[in-house]
Design a protein around this ligand. Structure first.
Ligand code: IPD
Ligand code: CA
Length: 278
């Protein structure tokens, strides 16, 4: 069977590796830190430079394709997923880690056609791990097949989550309520890599049973969510709606259903919500 998107996926792997080199080199230089939506939502010139590098290189090969890029949206571009082939880019997922040299930093490239994920590439550039998935063809890390954990008992599980980049008191309250409920089940432990994309790859690798977060963005999860499902896992919310800003990715429905009962949900504005007039 001819795979019409294989060329694009090969290009995504090549450009993610090149972007990862730029990120690694930048760790030896001064990193000027700026902020976006809040004082803990960080961005550096390297985020912007890497996003431009990826977009320019894709445009040369695939001039008709569209883009949703974290830093382009931050600069005012519309965040809209259409049926056209669309590259969904997080140039540095784990910017806070990058700023603090905490060693989990990823380049994340998702690709969607007719609003369906076709492939996902997450390059964990300090670990030198290239995670890939192509719809219907499995998930891999450095070309080795991945599969989720077969654990069905929540009390024998490790769950990943994050505090995110909002400090809105209501959101913080909900996050701690969920965390207290889940820790008290009790579970074996809670982890967070500081990168949504890497957390999803940890689910796909069977290192944690589930990852959940409310407040993430489409670029954080576009690639990693396909890596989870292609490794045999399941998704709630995001499977039908990448813009929902909520994700629960799990190894199976038993763990997902048990976890969802403990999560205090809230609704940040959708990624594709119309911009308010200035
Ligand atoms: C963030 C990371 C973090 C998650 C935040 C994301 P960024 O992405 O994935 O783990 O908790 O919600 O915004 O800003 O480093 O690309
Ligand atoms: Ca980012």
């Amino acid at each position: 069977m001819v795979d019409i998107w294989q060329n694009a996926m090969d290009h995504a792997v090549t450009i993610a590796r090149r972007a990862g080199e730029v990120v690694r080199e930048a760790l030896h230089e001064d990193r000027k830190v700026m902020t976006k939506s809040s004082s803990v939502d960080l961005v550096t010139q390297t985020d912007q430079k890497v996003e431009q590098l990826i977009i320019q290189s894709v445009k040369e090969k695939f001039p008709t394709h569209r883009f949703i890029g974290e830093e382009s949206v931050a600069a005012g571009e519309v965040c809209e997923l259409t049926d056209s082939p669309t590259w969904i880019i997080d140039p540095i997922d784990g910017t806070t880690n990058f700023v603090h040299t905490f060693p989990f930093v990823a380049v994340s490239i998702g690709f969607s056609v007719n609003k369906q994920s076709e492939f996902g590439v997450v390059y964990s550039c300090l670990e030198d791990k290239m995670f890939t998935a192509r719809r219907g063809r499995g998930a891999f890390c450095n070309d080795q097949p991945l599969s989720v954990s077969d654990q069905e008992d929540i009390k024998q599980s490790v769950i990943a989550t994050e505090f995110g980049s909002s400090r809105d008191p209501e959101a913080v309250n909900n996050i701690f309520t969920s965390l207290r409920n889940i820790v008290s089940l009790p579970i074996h432990g809670v982890r967070g890599a500081g990168s949504a994309a890497i957390n999803l790859c940890l689910v796909a690798s069977g290192c944690v049973e589930a990852y959940y977060e409310i407040g993430i963005h489409v670029w954080d999860i576009a690639a990693g969510s396909l890596i989870v499902t292609e490794a045999g896992g399941i998704l709630l919310d995001v499977e039908v709606d990448l813009m929902s800003r909520r994700i629960l990715a799990a190894n199976n429905t038993t763990i997902a259903d048990r976890l969802i009962r403990e999560i205090q949900s809230f609704s940040p504005p959708r990624d594709d919500a119309p911009l308010l007039p200035q």
